[in-house]
Design a protein around this ligand. Structure first.
Ligand SMILES: [Zn+2]
Length: 111
């Protein structure tokens, strides 16, 4: 059985490495001119891609590559969202480590 679908590939705006779309974080400039982190890969607009790598994010931000790629400044909240999205990958490991030993005080600040 052959199910070799052509995988869409994109290059990272920071390191220029070409990867499968799914390995990259998509950031979109919406038709309204806002920059947003695209969690689903389905937002309409012009997209820029970044490796799921802190280094590429920092590089893209410091060198203004992300803003240039989309021709809009990067809002702080988008920066944060991308950072969180990258950090999320490690959240499980972190949680496991915390459960294993270091028990932090559970702050249950109900909504
Ligand atoms: Zn990269």
């Amino acid at each position: 059985m052959r199910r070799t679908r052509h995988l869409p590939q994109r290059s990272c705006v920071a390191c220029r490495q070409v990867r499968a779309k799914g390995e990259l974080v998509r950031i979109v400039r919406t038709p309204q001119g806002e920059m947003r982190l695209d969690q689903t890969g389905k937002l309409a607009g012009r997209g820029a891609y970044l490796c799921r790598d802190q280094k590429c994010l920092e590089q893209a931000l410091k060198q203004g590559k992300l803003g240039r790629a989309l021709a809009v400044p990067v809002p702080a909240e988008v920066m944060e969202a991308v950072r969180e999205s990258l950090a999320g990958r490690h959240a499980k490991e972190k949680q496991a480590a915390e459960e294993a030993g270091e028990l932090r005080s559970i702050s249950d600040a109900g909504a």
